[in-house]
Design a protein around this ligand. Structure first.
Ligand SMILES: CC(C)(COP(=O)(O)OP(=O)(O)OC[C@H]1O[C@@H](n2cnc3c(N)ncnc32)[C@H](O)[C@@H]1OP(=O)(O)O)[C@@H](O)C(=O)NCCC(=O)NCCS
Length: 195
């Protein structure tokens, strides 16, 4: 069995998805305010049920190539977003995240991304983590800038979303540039007994 992961940041908890996350996850991927910035259009309940089942199935694969985790606060188990690292290339990972619009502006994405990146470098032994962000996505650009990512360049017509091609700007952080927050170093519970 693949690893079971639960990661704590300062405010958020990241954990594997469950089938009963469907309604809460729809408040993220079924909301145009969120998906206008993502690489896919808002999903229906049926589409998200299928995606959720796929994510749960892939999480059980060994070796695991994707850590697609639900975000909750540390005081409630309801999903408020997701973060993902997908392995890609040589010791490289692609980072993605989204937070339900009602919860924007609380530092949750920054905290969750920080946890994922620390996990990527310390546990997955990655060398490089990238994030591809729509050039107009000021909130997401603010998140990666706060975390010390460097802008590498423009990916032209990178995604087809909301009925049109959209460029992305590629940002990256390398392992030797990353300074993990001390609290994140202590809080990874990587359940090796479930491997
Ligand atoms: C991007 C996103 C995940 C940020 O979530 P969040 O929890 O609100 O993020 P945080 O609170 O950690 O940080 C957001 C930062 O963006 C800043 N910000 C928000 N809107 C902004 C805007 N229009 N212009 C400039 N900065 C902005 C905030 O001020 C904050 O920075 P600060 O802490 O220095 O003040 C959220 O907006 C979202 O889900 N967007 C839709 C999906 C998405 O874009 N995902 C990323 C795809 S690459």
């Amino acid at each position: 069995m693949a690893d079971v992961v639960q990661l704590d940041g300062r405010q958020v908890r990241l954990r594997d998805f469950r089938h009963d996350d469907l309604d809460a996850s729809l408040r993220v991927v079924g909301d145009d305010r969120v998906t206008r910035w993502l690489s896919f259009d808002s999903l229906t309940r049926e589409q998200q049920a299928e995606r959720l089942a796929g994510a749960i199935k892939r999480a059980a694969e060994n070796p695991r190539s994707e850590w697609y985790l639900g975000i909750t606060t540390q005081t409630a188990d309801d999903l408020i977003g997701f973060a993902r690292i997908g392995l890609s290339g040589v010791k490289a990972g692609k980072l993605g995240y989204a937070i339900a619009a009602d919860h924007w502006g609380n530092g949750y994405a920054t905290d969750a991304a920080q946890v994922m990146i620390t996990f990527g470098f310390q546990v997955l032994d990655l060398h490089r983590i990238t994030a591809a962000i729509g050039p107009d996505n000021a909130a997401s650009i603010a998140v990666v800038k706060k975390l010390g990512f460097a802008r590498e360049g423009r990916l032209r017509d990178h995604v087809f979303t909301n009925g049109a091609w959209r460029d992305s700007d590629l940002y990256s952080v390398l392992v030797h540039e990353w300074k993990a927050p001390p609290e994140a170093q202590q809080s990874h519970s990587h359940d090796a007994s479930r491997q």
